[in-house]
Design a protein around this ligand. Structure first.
Ligand SMILES: Cc1cc2nc3c(=O)[nH]c(=O)nc-3n(C[C@H](O)[C@H](O)[C@H](O)COP(=O)(O)OP(=O)(O)OC[C@H]3O[C@@H](n4cnc5c(N)ncnc54)[C@H](O)[C@@H]3O)c2cc1C
Length: 401
């Protein structure tokens, strides 16, 4: 039987970073990966461009996570500066895009992976090694024995990258409910006519929750950063657990404020004045003041108003309907677009993991890193940030003599 000081299970960003950090203090580290290559999901991130982190100042960054207290120590241990310098030291620079999103200058996630692989040169990596059992005395698949084990098997979405819901059973820890996160929404309305159109900086609401962001229409529903961030709130508020039921029932309504800069009263006032001043203007042309041009026909059709009507001829009832829908354009949501869920909500319960070391409070010498933990963030570099920081801290702690 092969023996190691530290075995890391899963070669995604969290596991790779854990192995790199562990190998700073230990020459006996093995990284076990089920696929024939490392970082399959990492390669897909940011549409292949890898939105590696988010450059908000650390306090604000932490405020973006519901689990900020748990994340604090790992974020201060591997700060953004330190994370990026690991890559800059090997010649990769970074650029910042809107919303503080950081990408490699080459815009290739493969360049990020390449450097991680360079750092892993001294680590024994076993490919095509799917961990199926870990015994109480830390024997893995009856083949490898380790003093310490770091589990970094990721979540359950995009199974083609190596993730699998059955991995949670390896953790031997209490788990919170496992749910879809950062996931597009399927609508009852047929949106194929407007697929590809984006609404910028609208306010999207679900019950008492509001998110500001872009909405992109797809053939089957709604996506874009605003929607997928809202999907986390929707999913968190639903009662279901994918470990028990993979088809949660869904029937909710969300509303989009298409004119967030105007109140209903402002709109009514403006509309009344403009009906007098430019009464001959056709409604469909007038709406260009408020809406993306290519969205107007769909919008008017949906609320049953004729775009060819002159402003001065619109009756009170229609005017009210128009204003109500500009402020609250609703969509019935029938399902998550599950195959496109980017992160898993839920995982190893943080109550049983020490945030200063990532070590289990139940099983000594067992550590966790990345998405397998009950950690997730919004879209915009926040999830790789979790993977790298918790991976680094887990590796560093496990490597300590
Ligand atoms: C399409 C897409 C785009 C994304 N874009 C971004 C982005 O731009 N920015 C961002 O911050 N986040 C992004 N994310 C989220 C981010 O990719 C994940 O949060 C991150 O990869 C999690 O890292 P991880 O190491 O915990 O898990 P993973 O990356 O899932 O890695 C887990 C690894 O463990 C291996 N494994 C699993 N089970 C076993 C086993 N039993 N034995 C051995 N090996 C095993 C898997 O094969 C895999 O290699 C994106 C996600 C998706 C799906």
């Amino acid at each position: 039987m092969e023996e190691y000081e530290i075995a890391v299970v899963g070669g995604g960003p969290a596991g790779m970073m854990a192995a790199i950090a562990a190998s700073q203090n230990s020459s006996s580290v093995v990284l076990l990966e089920k696929n024939q290559s490392l970082g399959r999901k990492l390669l897909m991130t940011g549409g292949g461009r890898c939105n590696i982190t988010n450059s908000k100042p650390i306090k604000k960054l932490l405020d973006s996570y519901s689990q900020k207290n748990f994340l604090k120590h790992s974020f201060y241990t591997l700060t953004n500066e330190k994370l990026l310098s690991l890559f800059e030291d090997k010649g990769l620079s970074f650029i910042e895009e809107d919303e503080n999103r950081i990408f490699p200058e080459t815009e290739k996630s493969s360049d990020v992976l390449k450097i991680l692989l360079e750092y892993l040169e001294d680590v024994n990596v076993k490919y095509n090694f799917e961990v199926t059992s870990i015994s109480e005395d830390f024997v893995i698949n009856n083949e490898i024995k380790a003093d310490k084990i770091i589990i970094a098997t990721g979540g359950m979405t995009y199974p083609q990258t190596g993730c699998n819901i059955k991995n949670y059973s390896l953790t031997s820890q209490p788990l919170t409910d496992i749910k879809y996160g950062l996931v597009p929404l399927i609508t009852k309305k047929d949106l194929s006519q407007i697929a590809g159109i984006t609404l910028y900086d609208v306010v999207i609401s679900y019950n008492k929750y509001k998110v500001i962001g872009n909405v992109l229409f797809s053939h089957v529903g709604l996506t874009g950063p605003g929607i997928i961030n809202l999907s986390n709130i929707i999913s968190e508020n639903m009662t279901y657990n994918l470990l028990e039921d993979d088809n949660p029932e869904m029937n909710i309504e969300i509303a989009i404020d298409l004119c967030p800069d105007f109140s209903r009263e402002n709109l009514l006032e403006k509309f009344t004045i403009d009906s007098q001043k430019k009464g001959k203007t056709l409604l469909k042309n007038y709406l260009k003041l408020f809406l993306t041009n290519s969205f107007i026909d769909f919008f008017l059709d949906d609320i049953d108003l004729d775009g060819q009507t002159q402003l001065s001829r619109i009756n009170k009832k229609s005017k009210n309907r128009l204003i109500e829908n500009l402020k609250r354009f609703t969509f019935e949501i029938t399902d998550f677009n599950k195959d496109l869920s980017k992160v898993t909500i839920g995982g190893v319960d943080l109550a049983d993991v020490n945030p200063k070391t990532m070590q289990s409070a139940i099983v000594p010498n067992l550590y966790f890193a990345g998405e397998v933990l009950d950690l997730h963030g919004p879209t915009g570099g926040y999830n790789l940030k979790i993977a790298f920081s918790t991976g680094y801290l887990a590796g560093l702690s496990a490597g300590e003599k």
